[in-house]
Write a protein that binds this ligand. Structure first.
Ligand code: PHE
Length: 333
């Protein structure tokens, strides 16, 4: 007798488990509870088996019934908890909301142009040198053959620091530092920040970037310099690019030139020459300052403003936009 009752209890349990898997809302759950635990529910009714058993077997069945009742109640509680969590999740995740945008970092346009410049020149065997932003008079001026009364030394142009230091006004001091620490042949590139006391406007910034180039060897020529800069301009601005060398003056190069690029407005059918860099053959006075033999060695140098190149290439009209960190501007590159 008791074994049949226990079998029946197992049946109830199995049925309950199957039924509980079908529950997917509060109402189903309530029906399930009534079906098993309600006043006429299967578990409640199973307690009536007690009356059919001899006294010595009652405790055995009683214990089985209590275990079953507890198991079913636990399972009901668990399913209720699941349903509650589900409802909460439905509230938290609104799948109809627009997706979230993740902002991905970008390389600053100045650094992108610098990478392009570096790629070109390192491909020709140039090394990349790092100088100092705080320089002294010797490297920034004197060794570069810039005499004490030269206007670029003026308080108007140069930021002076304590201890006879100054913020370099160009990257040319890296020429001197590189020649000091190594012997020719030299092929170097030196990118970096420069500083001048300029009032900020669309084309001026007190901080800007330059790239310096220097080649020193036994046989160098202006023709070689022209060839390299033409190839550079065509790599940067396209294979049809035209440049011109306009005679100019720098204390540390002789002869000197400024290079202009022909900037054509195809829509208007007009164009104009725009300056992109300064260059020249290294002045023998510079070699003397660092004890290179000017009879044996010659060289050429060039220096360009990275902002200027970037402004031309990307058609940017105001240099200040590079430093404002406006995401809408930066994201375009
Ligand atoms: N240092 C010069 C400038 O800042 C550029 C330059 C570099 C010119 C090297 C000639 C040779 O204007």
């Amino acid at each position: 007798m008791i074994s049949e009752i226990i079998k029946e209890l197992d049946n109830i349990k199995a049925k309950f488990e199957a039924d509980s898997r079908e529950v997917d809302n509060e109402k189903d759950l309530e029906n399930l509870r009534i079906k098993y635990m309600g006043r006429k529910g299967s578990v409640t009714e199973a307690f009536q088996f007690m009356g059919k058993l001899p006294n010595d077997q009652k405790p055995i069945l009683g214990q089985k019934l209590n275990v079953l009742k507890k198991e079913i109640q636990d399972r009901l509680d668990y399913v209720k908890q699941e349903l509650d969590n589900q409802t909460q999740a439905d509230i938290d995740i609104d799948v109809t909301l627009p997706g979230q945008t993740y902002f991905v970092g970008k390389i600053h346009p100045i650094m992108q142009i610098l990478e392009e410049i570096k790629d070109f020149f390192t491909g020709l065997g140039f090394t990349v040198e790092v100088g100092r932003e705080a320089e002294n008079d010797f490297y920034n001026f004197e060794a570069l053959n810039i005499p004490p009364d030269h206007p670029s030394r003026d308080m108007q142009d140069t930021f002076y620091l304590p201890d006879d230091l100054l913020l370099r006004t160009h990257t040319s001091p890296v020429q001197i530092r590189t020649m000091e620490k190594q012997q020719p042949p030299i092929r170097m590139l030196a990118p970096g920040r420069c500083f001048r006391k300029d009032t900020p406007d669309a084309t001026h910034s007190p901080m800007f970037h330059q790239v310096e180039g220097l080649v020193v060897d036994e046989h160098t020529s202006f023709a070689e310099l022209k060839g390299i800069l033409l190839a550079f301009a065509r790599t940067m601005f396209g294979p049809e690019t035209k440049i011109r060398f306009r005679p100019s003056f720098f204390p540390f190069t002789e002869p000197s030139a400024e290079v202009d690029i022909w900037w054509e407005d195809k829509n208007k059918g007009t164009g104009k020459w725009l300056e992109i860099l300064g260059c020249g053959m290294v002045d023998p006075a510079v070699f003397e300052a660092i004890n290179y033999d000017p009879e044996k060695y010659s060289g050429y140098a060039f220096g360009m403003g990275i902002e200027r190149i970037a402004m031309l290439k990307y058609k940017i009209s105001d240099i200040r936009t590079f430093y404002n960190n406006d995401i809408r501007f930066l994201n375009q590159f």
